[in-house]
Design a protein around this ligand. Structure first.
Ligand code: C2E
Ligand code: MG
Ligand code: MG
Ligand code: MG
Length: 285
């Protein structure tokens, strides 16, 4: 083929770089359209209590269902949503969908399932956030305790006074707050004495070091113990192996999330997971 021959030098040298670059440009151009065409969807990853043998909740994880590139992971497009300011609108849609899902599960008899939603720094700086949350709770009529928002340590460091106030406002609505990727924010722990939160999520990098050396083990044990002393609930992320589970249970961390239990699921798959898990557990009695 003529065109094949013409394309060849390009293919040999830098096709991957070029196509990645072109993809980035395309995404940047299409991101506005994607919002109006509602190409953003949520996947849900279960969070289990391995001691009580039950599903505590799900974390809602955003995906861009692109007509040509397929499912695009958040790390590739969240920065784009942030820089264009679209994150405020997409974030609103995300919280709304997540709350509607809580309600649907409730209608199916699963009425103690929590939903975790990630917030980005731009959303926390948005004047509208508290009002948006208030509106959604009122409209969907769900118990605010069922909703947890996740923020990262590095976000808090940017302007701690602002965040302390913001998080207090959010918690006044009854919504819970969790610190995501805990331990990776290079932060001084002093913020923990000023900030009111409900839980922390131990970053997967700590969990994956379990059993790889005494130092790693000591760090994760200390995080769990710190959480307990601060009266915070603790969830371990990135649980992939049996040995992670036994270590966590020995150290009294029973809430876990990770590929060992399930990858993030579509809405349909999450429903299946709920029903199957429920049947399995009630079958034990
Ligand atoms: P995150 O909140 O820390 O989410 C956990 C990420 O770890 C997810 O990647 C999940 O698929 C992955 N993960 C879960 N279990 C395992 C495991 O056992 N092993 C490994 N290696 N990975 C695991 P995902 O879905 O690509 O999300 C990446 C990040 O994107 C999230 O990190 C979160 O910071 C951000 N994000 C996702 N959804 C949203 C959203 O709606 N809004 C905002 N602002 N950020 C979001
Ligand atoms: Mg998260
Ligand atoms: Mg995390
Ligand atoms: Mg993360």
């Amino acid at each position: 083929e003529m065109s094949d021959r013409l394309n060849k030098p390009c293919y040999v040298f830098e096709k991957n770089d070029e196509s990645r670059f072109l993809k980035e440009i395309r995404l940047e151009r299409e991101v506005f359209k994607s919002v109006t065409e509602e190409q953003f969807i949520l996947h849900y990853q279960p969070i289990v209590n391995q001691n009580q043998n039950r599903i505590v909740g799900f974390e809602a994880l955003l995906r861009w269902d692109h007509p040509e590139f397929g499912m695009i992971p958040p790390n590739e497009f969240i920065p784009l949503l942030e820089s264009t300011g679209l994150i405020v609108q997409v974030g609103y849609q995300t919280i709304k969908k997540a709350c509607q899902q809580i309600k649907t599960w409730e209608q199916n008899g699963f009425n103690d399932i929590k939903m975790h939603v990630n917030l980005s720094v731009r959303q926390l700086f948005s004047e509208e956030l508290v009002l948006q949350l208030e509106n959604i709770l009122a409209k969907e009529k769900i118990n605010p305790k069922r909703l947890t928002i996740e923020i990262t340590e590095s976000m808090i460091m940017e302007d701690s006074d602002h965040f302390i106030n913001m998080l207090d406002e959010i918690r006044k609505l009854g919504i819970e707050v969790s610190i995501d990727d805990f331990g990776t924010g290079y932060s001084a722990l002093s913020y923990l004495t000023r900030l009111n939160v409900d839980s922390i999520k131990i970053d997967q990098s700590f969990v994956q070091q379990v059993g790889c050396g005494d130092k790693g083990d000591a760090v994760i044990k200390s995080i769990i113990s710190l959480a307990r002393h601060l009266d915070l609930n603790v969830i371990a992320e990135g649980v992939e192996e049996e040995r992670h589970i036994s270590f966590l249970l020995e150290n009294e961390c029973s809430e876990m999330q990770g590929f060992y239990f399930s990858k993030p699921l579509t809405e349909y798959e999450a429903n299946q997971y709920l029903f199957t898990y429920h049947q399995k557990v009630s079958g034990n009695h």
